[in-house]
Design a protein around this ligand. Structure first.
Ligand code: HNI
Length: 142
């Protein structure tokens, strides 16, 4: 479990608050699907449409963004709050490494959104957050 300072928590809240949640999530999904094509494997229902504005991606982005919203609101409770989601992803057959890849895709989208305001310090805090999300989603795997 990563230890976060009060400042880190405030920074993460600020970074997430400043971006449109579903939109940035849809673009992070498009990016992860393009850069790491095997991540599309379990999304047969998208019928080969993996762009941010495609229906399947938009609908999925709403669910992922909502989960991230909850994660930001209770950062230290992620492992507990993601228990069911972790079990679900294991049942779906998602390799936990993919959580890190989506985290990387989010970092790029945040950089695009914030441009030079996405300082190395903010990058570091955002990375910590996505590491914790990946850890939470992996927590119940066995
Ligand atoms: Ni993920 C479904 C959250 C990363 C593959 N995923 C969900 C749902 C949420 C969710 C919420 C909906 C659950 C439900 O309906 O009960 N996923 C998250 C979060 C992350 C993440 C917060 C990381 C930030 N998921 C990933 C990754 C993959 C992935 C990296 C695979 C590459 N997720 C899935 C699949 C489903 C899914 C597959 C089922 C989709 C469906 O509806 O058929």
């Amino acid at each position: 479990m990563v230890h976060l300072t009060k400042e880190a928590i405030e920074q993460i809240e600020g970074i997430w608050k400043g971006v449109p949640h579903v939109d940035i999530t849809a673009h992070a999904l498009e990016r992860v699907f393009e850069v790491f094509p095997w991540t599309t494997r379990l999304f047969k229902s998208f019928h080969g449409h993996f762009k941010a504005n495609d229906n399947g991606v938009q609908e999925h982005a709403k669910k992922v963004a909502h989960a991230l919203d909850l994660a930001v609101k209770d950062i230290t409770g992620i492992n507990h709050n993601f228990e069911k989601l972790s079990i679900k992803h294991q049942q779906l057959g998602v390799d936990t490494h993919n959580f890190k890849l989506l985290g990387q895709a989010f970092l790029v989208q945040l950089a695009i959104a914030y441009k030079t305001e996405f300082t190395p310090q903010k990058h570091k805090y955002a990375l910590e957050f996505f590491k914790m999300v990946a850890e939470g989603l992996s927590h119940e795997y066995h």
